[in-house]
Unconditional design. Sequence first.
Length: 177
Amino acid sequence: MSEQRSPGLRPGGSTDAPAVLRLLDDATAWLVARGRTGQWGTAPASTDPRRIAQAEAWATGGGLWLATLADRPVGALVVGTATEYVPPATEPELYVNLLVTDRAHAASGIGGRLLAHAAELARERGLGLLRVDCYAGGDGALVRWYERQGFTATDAFTVERPGRDPWPGQVLVRRLP
């Protein structure tokens, strides 16, 4: 019987944009295969110049963390400041800008581990608030997943996208002791 190893965590760097794009591509393909195209659409992130630039900015911005198994990235976390489309926080915070995991390891708790690391980073910085936003469309499964991770839904919002359907979002907060 093989022993399941827990992923290691390491800070990301300038050479990790392709790993982030691979994780996004795999997650998008998984969503598409289940008819859940509202979150990230149908096209791979690695073919979208805007997403490529975003991954490169994350990789060089100092807020990227990777979960790895046998030196292969199986999850990515980006923390920093809130995006412009969400209501601003009323106190200092750490914001989760990206959380994506390898769907081959979906039941391994990698997403929860990365969020726990984000909470540790916030505490180290003397912050008592961790926020994230996510896709709130479809059946609301992603919002419920974040709630199971200790977050509370607060502000709903909509991102208008020219030529495409609006993107329904939900801000969630987690208070840190």
